[in-house]
Design a protein around this ligand. Structure first.
Ligand code: SF4
Ligand code: MG
Length: 312
């Protein structure tokens, strides 16, 4: 049984008089105690999906359930009491810490007594004195620790973390990820960990989903995805990992730009950049399932999929 279920969710935005479908029929489930990684380039719809997953915005269609109950998009401050068990860590701490209130006051919102505030600070490696201070008195890495403490205060069952360390320098990134994952594992929480960084996701996720232009193209247990990527896009991301940097978009093995999300190609939306595109790829790509793996690619129908094809 999954604790967080995202089912066939579609998200649309109006932008410059056009409707852009940022997320198009995405399903992801997080089981209790499981870390699921969601990987894709910036602009592929990850953050739109994250906001819907925690009830910060409404999907165009589809459903989100937390503990079997529908998540109601009423806004963060008017959430159903059961939904405090579903929390989010943002990329930018400005999204979760109030600059005008002390850290202690903000942590106290989520807990029953002052002792728990001190415990939370200790768990994220911050001194008790942090409670008297304001967010601006801390570095970016420290603020992200405090944001994590605030997220943990109501003892959530699931955390959705959207690029939680992307804004930090490299050494703080490793520390904050280790902290977050350590706490998630110790409390047996579930987590949907969203990142553009496949190498980072590989280190922490039990399962990984790869997103391209609003759709999931492949899902598999992380090590299977890594050792045997079946979708050409996943394969390109895996091949690029040794050289990928924060600002890298896609490896040189893939030519072309990401298509305009307001003008998505028919059939497989990766076909404008895929080295294996065939005539059938103009049609809807199949979503194939074999035990706990899915691949949305015609090539995956052939035995071994793209792993038998030399893409280098
Ligand atoms: Fe490439 Fe066709 Fe597979 Fe799309 S369906 S990834 S275009 S081979
Ligand atoms: Mg984003």
């Amino acid at each position: 049984m999954s604790v967080l279920e995202i089912e066939d969710v579609t998200v649309e935005h109006r932008s410059a008089g056009r409707t852009v479908r940022a997320v198009d029929g995405v399903s992801i489930a997080v089981r209790p105690g499981e870390i699921v990684g969601l990987v894709g380039e910036s602009g592929c719809g990850k953050s739109s999906l994250a906001r819907v997953a925690v009830g910060l915005s409404a999907p165009r269609s589809g459903a989100v359930r937390f503990g079997g109950r529908p998540v109601t998009p009423l806004g963060w401050r008017r959430r159903h009491p059961d939904e405090v068990g579903l929390q989010m860590v943002f990329q930018n701490t400005a999204g979760s810490l109030n600059p005008r209130r002390t850290v202690g006051d903000q942590l106290a919102d989520g807990v029953r007594n002052g002792r728990q505030v001190r415990e939370l600070l200790a768990q994220v490696g911050m001194p008790e004195s942090a409670a008297e201070k304001y967010p601006h008195e801390f570095s970016g890495g420290q603020r992200q620790r405090l944001a994590i403490a605030r997220t943990l205060a109501p003892e959530p069952a699931v955390i959705v973390a959207d690029e939680p360390v992307t804004a930090l320098d490299a050494s703080s990134q490793a520390q904050v990820v280790n902290l977050l994952v350590g706490l998630v594992r110790a409390r047996d929480m579930g987590m949907l960990f969203i990142s553009h960084d496949l190498a980072l996701v590989r280190q922490i996720a039990d399962r990984t989903a790869v997103m391209y232009l609003g759709r999931i193209v492949e899902t598999a247990p992380t090590e299977r995805l890594w050792s045997d990527p079946r979708h050409p896009y996943t394969r390109a991301l895996v091949d690029a990992v040794p050289v990928i940097s924060e600002h890298a978009t896609l490896p040189a093995v893939l030519a072309g730009e990401v298509p305009d999300p307001a003008n998505i190609p028919s059939g497989c939306r990766f076909r404008s950049r895929c080295p294996h595109a065939m005539p059938t790829c103009d049609q809807e790509p199949p979503v194939l399932t074999d035990d706990d793996r899915t691949v949305a690619c015609w090539l995956a129908e052939q035995k071994g999929g793209v792993s038998n094809v030399d893409t280098r």
